[in-house]
Design a protein around this ligand. Structure first.
Ligand code: SF4
Length: 362
């Protein structure tokens, strides 16, 4: 959603597809203003971030870009087996709580993509890539080119993950030739499509058909959703959402606490409110064990799934989060990496990180 947040905090105007506009109208017609369905769409796309003074700052959630004279554009790396490829910055609709608003507008050139594929092919640790942006389904041509280059130059890459919201934001624009493309390469790569779906009302028939078509093309679909205040921060909505995803054979992956970003205080629950909800969601017997997501934080040093002893302290509005990351590993996988100020090296060599909590309304 490049540039969006900057734009809407000054213009206070959402940037959405025609489909998202129509989905909001449908929610109003069928369920009324103030309904869960209305809030599920309105609060993700139309509710403006506040412009009041905030503890949050505009920045990327972590800095892991690989930048060097001999490197192509578009690579990020935090982990051993996977690198992130930022294909382009556009999305069909722009979510008001998304950190991508702080990224520069960009789209990879064919030269960049060739360079990335060769870089991946020469890395002894890599086995998978995550192609994201923005939304890679916005440019099927670029996406196919990137994957074809990987097929040609990176025999070590076994898994191609793709992050998209196009099936819920602009499903009428989905390019069906992608299905044939994925099917034709199903013996070369395991394709895993990540779709962020935060409210069950987003699962209209047209969206369900796209997810089903991708599955029939041999792709595994998984969900990386965000816990958002007044969208899905209640147990009834979460149960319905994960039930519906289960029936569509969408594998649950992360349920993220909303990232700390300027203007988005009103979208963030506290971390402990999220923990209470995930406890109910996963330990109440309401949903299938196969439908349970992991509750995770996107911290300055990477994603952290919360366990009982992950939160080791509080310093004012920040929580102190203990991880099992090691700086020396990071530097092995990404020599260009540097620790953010919020990170702390523990005595045992692991990293902890300060993480800004949300504010409770309760
Ligand atoms: S679709 Fe994804 S990348 Fe684009 S604005 Fe929404 S959350 Fe951000």
């Amino acid at each position: 959603m490049a540039g969006l947040l900057l734009k809407i905090t000054t213009d206070q105007k959402a940037k959405v597809s025609k489909y998202t506009d129509e989905l909001l109208s449908l929610a109003i017609d069928k369920h009324g203003f103030g309904s869960s369905q209305y809030k599920g769409i309105y609060n993700q796309y139309f509710k403006m971030p506040n412009q009041e003074k905030s503890n949050l700052v505009n920045r990327r959630h972590y800095e892991a870009e690989m930048i060097g004279d001999d490197l192509p554009n578009g690579l990020e790396r935090l982990y051993k087996r996977v690198t992130v490829i930022d294909l382009l910055s556009t999305c069909a609709s722009e979510c008001v709580y998304c950190l991508r608003g702080y990224y520069q507008k960009f789209a990879l050139s064919e030269k960049d993509m060739q360079g990335i594929a060769k870089f991946c092919g020469n890395d002894p640790y890599l086995r998978e890539v995550l192609i994201t942006g923005g939304d890679p389904f916005m440019s099927p041509r670029k996406l196919k080119y990137m994957i074809t280059e990987l097929a040609n130059h990176a025999p070590n890459i076994k898994i191609v993950r793709i992050g998209t919201r196009l099936p819920v934001q602009s499903p009428n624009k989905f390019d069906k030739t992608l299905n044939d493309f994925f099917y034709s390469l199903r013996n070369r790569f395991a394709f895993e499509i990540s779709c962020q779906i935060n409210h069950p009302f987003e699962l209209q028939e047209i969206t369900r058909n796209i997810l089903s078509g991708l599955r029939q093309s041999g792709c595994l679909i998984y969900s990386q959703n965000v816990l958002l205040k007044d969208v899905n921060d209640n147990i009834e909505t979460l149960v319905e959402l994960y039930d519906e995803l289960r029936y569509l054979s969408v594998t649950p992956h992360y349920l993220f606490h909303a990232v700390p970003m300027k203007g988005t205080d009103n979208f963030r629950t506290t971390v402990y409110e999220g923990l209470e909800l995930i406890k109910q969601l996963t330990s109440k017997g309401e949903i299938s064990g196969r439908a349970k997501p992991q509750y995770a934080l996107m911290t300055d040093i990477g994603k952290v799934t919360l366990y009982q002893d992950s939160i080791i302290g509080r310093d004012g509005s920040h929580l102190l989060i203990k991880t099992s990351f090691h700086l020396e590993d990071r530097l092995k996988w990404n020599p260009y990496y540097s620790l953010p100020d919020s990170a702390i090296i523990n005595e045992d060599g692991t990293l902890s990180v300060r993480y800004l909590d949300g504010v409770s309304n309760k």
